[in-house]
Design a protein. Structure first.
Length: 109
């Protein structure tokens, strides 16, 4: 099935506020986030949930660079991952949130 692809920034750029962005794109996370950075749309959402594919196709690790882009945009994060065998990609669920939001450890019991 063919579907038309559009840039995420096109849909969020004109909005005053975005509560949540969920990205689950089977290995294209870096491309989408790079485009959000280039278009100055990365910091628009209060929260982002990303199903990150670490070392897909035996690529070198780029996780630190990925996380740094969100840190520069004012996000903190929580990570959830299960162990996977060496030489297999690993799915990591990343919850990004702005300081003072629901994920802030000062607000949790």
């Amino acid at each position: 099935m063919k579907v038309r692809a559009e840039r995420l920034s096109k849909h969020i750029h004109g909005l005053r506020e975005v509560e949540l962005v969920k990205i689950d794109v089977e290995g294209s996370e870096q491309t989408i986030v790079d485009e959000l950075v280039e278009s100055s749309a990365l910091g628009k959402a209060n929260q982002c949930i990303i199903d990150y594919h670490h070392r897909m196709n035996d690529d070198p690790s780029r996780l630190a660079d990925f996380l740094k882009k969100f840190e520069k945009a004012g996000y903190d994060c929580k990570l959830s991952a299960n162990y996977s065998r060496v030489r297999r990609f690993q799915k990591i669920l990343i919850y990004f949130y702005k300081d003072g939001r629901a994920g802030n450890s000062r607000n949790q019991s």
